[in-house]
Design a protein around this ligand. Sequence first.
Ligand code: SAH
Ligand code: DHB
Ligand code: MG
Length: 221
Amino acid sequence: MTDEIWNKVEDYLNTALGGSDPALEAALAASAEAGLPDIQVTPNEGRFLHLLARAVHAQRILEIGTLGGYSTIWLARALGEGGRLVTLEADAHHAEVAQRNIKREGVARVVDLRLGKALDTLPGIAAEGGDPFDFVFIDADKANIPAYFDWAVKLSRPGALIVVDNVVRKGAVVDPSNETEDVLGVRRFLERLSADRRVVVTALQTVGAKGHDGFALALVI
Ligand code: SAH
Ligand code: DHB
Ligand code: MG
């Protein structure tokens, strides 16, 4: 896999576009040092999230699945003056590492990290009755994607963008012998989309440093 042409292209694009800057590199190094899995978005995916959030002038961002806060930092940097990002993480160790990374980067003031299973913390966020979200990144456990997507639509304004990571999973989505909870969650999510009148949506395959995967992108209408 490492000698696949797409890895060379990924390296080339990273170099051409600037990759991660020192603050993001420090977050990656600290996450690796703390033993976190190497499953954060790639630099160019981080850049993609950042520019989408800027395109919708995001003042309120929701992220489900923080890990060490790498994507969180990309997204927090997209916020306008006075903007806020809420990020949900179930694993206390991941949350602790993320909190340190976010603080080192200087975005702690705008990031509100909530520890707990997202399905337990989302109702509280709804109950707080804050402004609707402009951008949502769904990147936690895949079995619950359908439920996370419903929450994301419910908590977002018309015109908001929702990105759902990892909807292809090396083609597992079309492998009939794969009936893991994760893959069933992804399929249930994708197969409901064409009937979902709340959104306009697409899903694209990707290849790169993290192999073959893909994401869905939805516009709330
Ligand atoms: N968005 C991150 C990567 C997230 S990896 C980045 O790109 O930098 C997925 C994360 O979701 C892991 O940290 C995992 O602990 C967390 N997670 C798994 N199940 C969860 C749940 N039920 N609620 C909240 N977070 C969960
Ligand atoms: C895994 C999770 C992710 O969010 C990702 O982007 C890649 C891999 C995983 O659980 O293996
Ligand atoms: Mg992911």
